[in-house]
Design a protein. Structure first.
Length: 739
């Protein structure tokens, strides 16, 4: 009787709560099923799951819910079906489920709704530990990109005292008038995991609109969060800036002594060539300054005041306070257009129109103006005080005029040359290096980039493009050889396809030869010239397939890197070619880069460099390696995205940075590491692609993250003591390598 009363009391409280929700928000919720008081309106199917008790239980907050346990299995699942026919949800915007994580840690849940015609709507969500909440799953595909940003507001969201867990990324489509089932599953639990369940229902309001309203305050910060560096008023902003100036002065006075380029004076003498170059000594590679001292490149990418704008047009309700036209801070409005069909931008709304620059508005609040000379002085003071010695990619070009920090230059080769798309390109198709127009565009790009820098000793070198699609994401053969397959699908007016066909024709002579080698029945050689030709996947019975794909990829990469190297040798013979900033790559591309470039560069978003690539392959190539991007982000300082390499909280970023550097020094080929990036991305998404990560050394308010910066500075200053013993080897073993 006591248990029954508790269940009835919990039911009454829940129904009362749902009733209030219906009054507060548009659309009365409709109940489909209740796990606490089940009726024969829903049929349950359990595969690898268990409802261990026929009765409900109190969850610790006075609410009655029922336990569901996921057993150890590949994908344990609970499916819910209507007793007969299908559900008609055509008048609803979302399905809701009252649930609670019964574990002390976050767990992953997959939710799938199936409807007639095999249509599926699915989402994967992180269910945090803690009190019960209501999951709300929109009945149409959506993501934060529909609101102009990479990642949406943190969950759960508390609104008017209720906890909501809104599905962030929903994929697929649904026939809402013929819904067949709802399933809950968990991917590969390694031990039994439990959740508590209540009411399943539908709603006429998905709450997407109110979720994104008023997210950003006048300073460009997230309105609903709180953290130590968050600015509440202008006086706090000015006081913090003044305190930083005093700290920078102290840190700059304590900088270790180096040569004027940042080279280590007690590292043993290398050749003083007048320009940066590479040198190998006793099995270890080094960058060497123009004055002949060992140099480990500690860099920061995007040291620029020009990457902080965010589009506001069409989503003004997202911003709690934007300046009116004519007000002093209205000078930081502008217009732009970042529409594109690249993988990085595909599906994003709000990618053109009027934007606002909160970062420079905050600089005006602090200093009375957004003067660029003042910004450059402060930024260089920061970099040197924090132990950095290199300006990484996409940094303000005017910073180099101060001749305080060596720098790098990106070569972004653009033109009307042909390109090859694998269908999954993040930044666009691969340039076709066989197209004569590519060589012309390369020549033009390098001529312009080197025009005023040819004899500048502060320039370390040039990067060749960035994160090109040498392969597709994935580990299977289709992804590994995506560029080759995509090339063969093209028409013969694309130079890369002609080059591939020539390579095959020279080897096999005719269709009979390639048919036998590839295990296909090619009736005529001309059929390979047709658009859409699909080459077979590699298999053990026909090893020539893979050999031919690899040979073409190497020819492609050789042609690409040789074209750039030849042009750079003509226009800028004194500076280094720093490689291709690889993200997704192939062994053929890396080997070609090693042959034609002075340095191999990789964007490693991993906890250590060792987990970013197979270093046994790099050791065979025996070239210096530079980490051209790495970072560690979190979601507790405003911006919603934790970056490519995410840690749980801000306090973990500093130790992660220090460990990355420490582990890097174990690789004798490594000559530097560049942090991405100087400044946090806007909460509401950057102009280029909507990225909105907390990745910076400083926030949108132009204030450093003090704890993180202190940890970074400590790690940077400790590096010589960890690195120099190897650099103090016998000079007789020195091998200088000219740029």
């Amino acid at each position: 009787m006591k248990l029954y009363s508790a269940v009835r009391r919990g039911m009454l409280l829940m129904v009362m709560g749902l009733g209030v929700a219906g009054q507060l928000y548009a659309g009365e919720p409709t109940e489909l099923y209740n796990f606490v008081k089940p009726l024969d309106v829903v049929r349950l199917e359990l595969q690898g799951t268990l409802l261990p008790s026929q009765t409900a239980e109190e969850n610790g907050q006075g609410e009655i819910l029922r336990r569901l346990t996921f057993k150890v299995a590949e994908q344990p699942v609970l499916r819910m079906f209507p007793q007969s026919g299908s559900w008609n949800w055509s008048g609803a915007e979302a399905v809701s489920l009252r649930l609670q994580n019964a574990m002390d840690w976050a767990i992953t849940l997959d939710v799938v709704i199936e409807s007639a015609g095999g249509k599926l709507l699915r989402t994967r969500l992180a269910l945090p530990a803690g009190p019960a909440q209501t999951l709300l799953l929109p009945l149409a595909a959506t993501s934060p990109l529909a609101h102009g940003m990479r990642a949406g507001p943190p969950m759960p969201w508390v609104r008017d005292g209720q906890r909501w867990l809104l599905a962030e990324n929903v994929e697929g489509e649904l026939a809402a008038d013929q819904v067949l089932s709802v399933s809950l599953s968990m991917p590969q639990p390694d031990s039994p995991q439990s959740i508590l369940l209540g009411r399943l229902g539908t709603r006429q309001d998905s709450l997407q609109k109110p979720l994104y309203e008023g997210l950003v305050d006048a300073y460009g910060q997230y309105t609903r969060g709180s953290w130590p560096e968050k600015v509440k008023d202008q006086q706090q902003l000015k006081n913090a800036a003044q305190q930083e100036q005093a700290l920078l002065k102290d840190w700059l006075a304590k900088r270790p002594q180096t040569d004027k380029f940042g080279g280590m004076l007690n590292a043993g003498g290398f050749e003083a060539s007048g320009f940066f170059h590479t040198s190998k000594r006793d099995g270890r590679w080094y960058l060497v300054t123009p004055e002949g001292n060992a140099f480990f490149s500690l860099g920061v990418n995007a040291v620029s005041p020009a990457h902080s704008q965010t589009y506001v047009e069409g989503r003004e309700a997202m911003f709690a306070s934007l300046p009116a036209d004519g007000e002093p801070l209205a000078v930081h409005y502008g217009t732009g257009d970042n529409r594109s069909d690249s993988g990085a931008n595909r599906g994003r709304a709000y990618d053109h129109g009027r934007w606002y620059d909160f970062y420079n508005a905050n600089r005006q609040r602090i200093h009375g103006s957004a003067d660029l000379a003042q910004w450059r002085q402060l930024s260089l003071d920061r970099l040197q005080a924090w132990g950095f010695n290199t300006l990484g990619n996409w940094s303000d070009p005017e910073l180099v005029d101060n001749q305080r920090v060596p720098y790098t230059v990106p070569l972004s080769i653009r033109g009307d040359f042909a390109s090859i798309s694998t269908g999954q390109d993040w930044w666009g198709g691969m340039p076709d290096p066989f197209d004569p127009r590519f060589a012309m565009a390369t020549e033009r790009t390098i001529a312009i980039a080197s025009r005023d820098r040819r004899d500048d000793p502060w320039l370390i070198g040039y990067f060749a493009d960035n994160e090109l699609a040498w392969a597709a994401p994935g580990s299977d053969a289709r992804a590994r050889y995506a560029l080759a397959y995509a090339t063969l699908r093209l028409t013969t007016d694309v130079p890369a396809k002609r080059a591939f066909l020539k390579q095959l024709r020279d080897k096999y002579r005719n269709q009979k030869g390639i048919s036998k080698a590839w295990g296909i029945d090619l009736q005529a050689w001309e059929l390979m010239e047709d658009p859409g030709f699909e080459a077979p996947l590699p298999d053990a019975a026909h090893p020539e397939i893979e050999k031919d794909l690899q040979k073409f990829l190497r020819l492609f990469a050789d042609t690409y890197f040789k074209t750039i190297a030849d042009a750079l040798e003509w226009h800028a013979p004194n500076q280094l070619l720093l490689g291709g900033r690889f993200a997704i790559t192939t062994p053929e591309a890396v080997a070609a880069c090693a042959q034609y470039c002075d340095v191999l560069s990789f964007n490693f978003y991993s906890r250590t460099v060792q987990s970013g690539y197979d270093w046994s392959l790099l050791r065979q190539l025996d070239k210096p390696v530079l980490v051209s991007e790495f970072h560690f982000g979190s979601r507790d300082r405003g911006p919603f995205w934790g970056g490519v390499s995410e840690v749980y909280r801000e306090e973990e970023r500093g130790p992660a940075y220090a460990n990355f550097l420490k582990e890097s020094l174990k690789e004798p080929q490594l000559v530097g590491a560049h942090w991405f990036q100087y400044l946090d991305q806007p909460v509401s998404g950057r102009l280029l692609d909507g990225e909105n990560g907390h990745l910076g050394l400083i926030g949108i308010t132009d204030l450093p993250y003090r704890g993180f910066v202190e940890a970074v500075r400590k790690a940077n200053l400790a590096l010589p003591g960890q690195w120099l013993p190897a650099a103090q080897a016998k000079p007789a073993a020195q091998q200088a390598v000219a740029p």
